[in-house]
Design a protein around this ligand. Structure first.
Ligand code: PGA
Length: 255
């Protein structure tokens, strides 16, 4: 049975007080979720121990980090390792967000190493993929995303796939207000499931959670989540306001 997930990626927003308030507001409005549904919150590193303390005893909400370093430890000033995140009770780590790929020059080879760090520290990966507008306009988005998945994930043994979630985030839809249509999302999610199935078989593909990200909001979440291959969302801007985030969580709860 594959999980449905709504994950909030706060990116580089909110100070500690604002973060604590947002988590409290989310708790107040959180609907009852069935066992196959989960909320994930990915605050900045600095918030993690505070948010972990707030999440104590709340099983429906799990903690995520937005990144980790590709090496286990060492002289990497300013960086944070996967084992540090594990010790802060982090359950998921977002790897390969398009902002990391673009602004921090993270390539697929580096991302594959980060994936290994997360999994070897017994956390789960939210692996992001997605094409820029020029690739979409050229019509080669399936090849582009397929390569990201192959080079980032296909070194893994099949047994590790249960610890991987894929997030499809078309770059032209991130923070732009321009959402992919549900037809575009479904088409790409089915393609991704097919790519995973080609390598690992249909059972592993059927069990893979594939999230959509890119201007997902309360007004479009229900339609996106109704697509058969869309298993929830990775939410940026709308995760910073409790009422918006909860509206999206409700759309998942209603499925
Ligand atoms: P957005 O960001 O919801 O603000 O478009 C999504 C993301 O980057 O994860």
């Amino acid at each position: 049975m594959r999980k449905k997930i709504v994950a909030g990626n706060w990116k580089m927003n909110l100070d500690l007080t604002e973060g604590a308030e947002l988590v409290n507001e989310i708790f107040k409005g959180l609907p009852v979720l069935s066992e196959d549904k989960q909320v994930v919150i990915a605050p900045p590193y600095l918030h993690l121990t505070q948010t972990a303390a707030q999440l104590t005893g709340i099983i429906d909400v799990q903690l995520a980090a937005q990144n980790c370093h590709s090496e286990a430890s060492g002289a990497y000033t300013g960086e944070v390792s996967a084992s540090m995140l594990k010790s802060a009770e982090v359950a998921y780590v977002i790897i390969g967000h398009s902002e990391r790929r673009e602004y921090f020059k993270e390539d697929n080879a580096m991302l594959a190493k980060k994936v290994n760090q997360v999994l070897s520290n017994d956390m789960k990966v939210i692996f992001c993929c997605g094409e820029p507008l020029a690739i979409r306009d050229a019509g080669t988005q399936n090849d582009h995303v397929g390569t990201q998945i192959r080079e980032g994930l296909f070194h893994l043994p099949v047994a590790q796939l249960t610890n991987v979630v894929i997030a499809y985030e078309p770059i032209w839809a991130i923070g732009t207000g321009r959402t992919a249509t549900s037809a575009q999302a479904q088409e790409m999610h089915a393609h991704i499931r097919g790519v995973v199935g080609g390598q690992y078989g249909s059972e592993a593909a059927a069990n893979m959670t594939i999230l959509y990200g890119g201007s997902c909001k309360p007004s479009n979440a229900a339609e996106l989540f109704a697509c058969p291959d869309v298993d929830g969302g990775l939410i940026g801007g709308a995760s910073l306001k409790a009422s918006d985030f909860l509206g999206i969580v409700e759309a998942m709860a209603d499925l």
